[in-house]
Ligand binder design. Sequence first.
Ligand SMILES: Nc1ncnc2c1ncn2[C@@H]1O[C@H](COP(=O)(O)OP(=O)(O)O)[C@@H](O)[C@H]1O
Ligand SMILES: O=C(O)[C@H](O)[C@@H](O)[C@H](O)[C@H](O)COP(=O)(O)O
Length: 179
Amino acid sequence: MGRAKAPCALIVMGVSGSGKSTIAAALGERLGWRFEDGDSFHPASNVEKMRAGQPLTDEDRWPWLNAIADEIGRVCSRGEQIIIACSALKHSYRNVLLRGRDDVRFIFLKGTQELIADRLAHRKGHFMPSGLLTSQFNTLEPPEASEHVITASIDESVEAIVDGIVRQLKIDGGKSRAV
Ligand SMILES: Nc1ncnc2c1ncn2[C@@H]1O[C@H](COP(=O)(O)OP(=O)(O)O)[C@@H](O)[C@H]1O
Ligand SMILES: O=C(O)[C@H](O)[C@@H](O)[C@H](O)[C@H](O)COP(=O)(O)O
């Protein structure tokens, strides 16, 4: 089943360490779309909280999600495209990001806690402590089919994951044919 409109924004979602930034950046390169990391929309207080090992609450997350939704609105109204990496863990968070738009699509990066913990143990230079991974999984509400999500398994190479996503999006060189 297709959506009414070609997407102007793709949101690559999943728990910390699932590969959002890596896949979203590679997908941006492939499609020629601008990539933005959702982490850069967090207020400093959120980053400090996570750095200190505390999970964010819904109240911490609303302003962050709204700032990302504002950016999507700006980009789409200019007729441009964007790929954003954003955990978007709960259904209610995804609704805030969407604001009822039908030209935004989610790409869910799905993997086991074991694999992601292993990747986080090797990730360097990031504020997010791997100890928050259990809380991320506890908070995660995997998207349902009705959310028109593309789901990608993360136990493949970055290139293979991006290939699979592009095939499902039916986007070629930044031009969307049908979704
Ligand atoms: N498909 C993959 N195969 C191997 N390593 C990966 C893959 N995707 C991401 N990684 C690595 O896993 C770690 C977490 O990825 P990252 O993009 O930072 O995740 P997130 O943005 O979701 O927190 C990084 O060190 C990254 O290089
Ligand atoms: O909602 C949250 O709890 C955070 O946004 C979190 O999900 C996000 O993942 C962090 O910003 C860490 O950044 P990484 O996802 O890049 O590890």
